[in-house]
Design a protein around this ligand. Structure first.
Ligand code: ADE
Ligand code: ZN
Length: 327
């Protein structure tokens, strides 16, 4: 699986930081990150809400555009090593410059610089989805949306929302999503991970996203599953993340197979790979084992991801060529 080309639509940039990278930066900057790692050097958390806190603590070592340039390179190196040729990553002005537009532009330039280097050296393409953090509240999300709208273009192609799903409601973020949509950005939103089908319905009704981050708890309401299939809403499913966070007990009990069989457009991503001890090749390996998926299914996942990607048509054409079987 490792060598097969893969597309990934759901990856949090800070959440993909290799532990050694965060430790190294913490030492350089003399930042206290006690509690972030266990004795084995792995990210350490007890549940999703603790995970969010540990995520923010690890992110506190990332303080300058240069830190993000190095982070982006480290993350893309890891993705490329697992066959990823196209990835969309969540990037947040909350962490990159405190929502100040001029600072955000500097962070973005550094991230784009790393992306260009990775493209040239490793053949991996990165696009950015600007993402407010839900539990930071709607006011901050507006500032994030303005940063997104002002920098929308070839690199910044999408807008989403991450963080604590149980906080507030999708309609509270309507202004931000309208602002992003008017700027031409593709729309996705985390939903159906920590709240059930009703929250997916509310997200569809309020924000009309073409994609949903996770969305797996739609399986608790088959009418909603059929509606997702009919609408063609694409789910960015992250099975390893769901299992690591205790949403499902194991790979066989994960609903991605049922969603796929019922006609929902599913894709597969890692979310925050080192936090969940996963990689894109591990996700594919585990799914092949647990669900008996053959190469044809994985090719379907790639095609679904390419159709749903937020990048421009020329970039899609280039990626499509890389997916063609070689003679
Ligand atoms: N931020 C990073 N990972 C996340 C997840 N799985 N759900 C919501 N917010 C996140
Ligand atoms: Zn996520």
């Amino acid at each position: 699986m490792k060598d097969l080309p893969k597309l990934e639509l759901h990856l949090h940039l800070e959440g993909a930081a290799p532990p050694a990278f965060i430790c190294g930066l913490a030492a350089e900057k003399h930042v206290d990150i006690s509690g972030v790692f266990d004795e084995g050097g792995h990210y350490s958390y007890t549940d999703f809400w603790h995970f969010l806190k540990v995520y923010e603590a690890a992110t506190s070592v990332l303080q300058t555009p240069e830190d993000y340039r190095r982070l982006t390179l480290a993350v893309l190196e890891e993705s490329a090593a697992h066959g990823v040729i196209y990835t969309e990553s969540f990037i947040s002005p909350d962490f990159c410059g405190g929502r100040d537009l001029a600072a955000w532009r500097d962070y973005l330039a550094a991230i784009e610089d790393a992306a260009a280097e990775a493209q040239a050296k490793m053949g991996i393409t990165l696009r950015a989805i600007v993402t407010p953090i839900r539990h930071f509240g709607p006011e901050k999300a507006r500032e994030v949306a303005i940063c997104a709208a002002e920098t929308a273009g070839r690199f910044v192609t999408g807008f989403g929302i991450a963080g604590d799903e149980k906080v507030l409601d999708p309609k509270d973020y309507l202004w931000s999503f309208d602002c992003a949509r008017e700027a031409g950005l593709g729309i996705t939103a985390h939903a159906g991970e920590w709240r059930g089908p009703e929250h997916i319905r509310a997200t569809l009704a309020a924000l009309n996203p073409s994609r949903i981050g996770h969305g797996v708890r739609a399986i608790e309401d088959l009418a909603l599953v059929d509606e997702l299939a009919e609408r063609g809403t694409v789910l960015e499913v992250c099975p390893g993340s769901n299992i690591a966070l205790g949403l499902y007990p194991d790979w066989r009990k994960h609903p991605i197979g049922q969603l796929f069989d019922r006609g929902v457009k599913v894709t597969v991503s890692t979310d925050d790979p080192p936090f969940f001890h996963t990689t894109m090749s591990r996700e594919w390996d585990r799914l092949a084992d647990a669900l008996d998926w053959d190469q044809g299914v994985f090719e379907t996942l790639n095609r679904t991801a390419l159709d749903a990607a937020f990048c421009d048509p020329e970039t899609k054409d280039k990626i499509a060529k890389k997916l063609e079987p070689r003679a």
